[in-house]
Design a protein around this ligand. Structure first.
Ligand code: ZN
Length: 153
């Protein structure tokens, strides 16, 4: 069934609550990745010399050859827009005043999914260079949101 066959009277969403609490550990690579993001405002990847691949965010094992990765690389703060989408509604289903732009920003052979700022949706292009804008250092918490947004270079 495609969206074209969707019943126009069907609800847009079902609302409810699930009593689920999650707690994820960062793991070895995530610990260093997020600590460096928080403390130094740098984005780290890990490099697999066997496969010539740079993982971003950093991984502790190569997903192709399973080698343990020890080569940490600073990939800089400028990435390239690989793809993007526009969000017109909030999580609660309410309409947004203006769309939020969410992009996959490529670094190395991986990348980060994050919001774009300081740009109109009509100006976004695949391949465009964007730079991470970090939150003030004293407000960082060791999360991907320590990057506030990406802006055009
Ligand atoms: Zn590998």
């Amino acid at each position: 069934m495609t969206l074209l066959n969707r019943d126009p009277k069907a609800p847009d969403a079902w609302y409810g609550e699930l009593p689920v609490i999650n707690r994820y550990t960062y793991g070895l690579a995530g610990e260093k990745f997020f600590r460096t993001l928080k403390d130094e405002g740098r984005i780290l990847g890990t490099y697999c010399p066997h496969c010539d691949r740079t993982y971003v965010p950093a991984a502790i094992f190569c997903e192709r050859c399973l080698a343990k990765l020890n080569d940490w690389v600073d990939v800089g703060t400028i990435g390239e827009i690989h793809t993007f989408t526009l969000l017109y509604v909030n999580l609660d289903g309410s309409p947004r005043e203006k769309p939020e732009i969410i992009a996959f920003v490529r670094f190395g052979d991986g990348g980060l999914i994050h919001r774009l700022g300081k740009i109109h949706p009509d100006q976004v292009d695949i391949g465009m260079k964007v730079q991470a804008v970090f939150t003030p250092k004293n407000e960082r918490i060791g999360s991907i949101l320590d990057i506030d947004y990406f802006k055009p270079v």
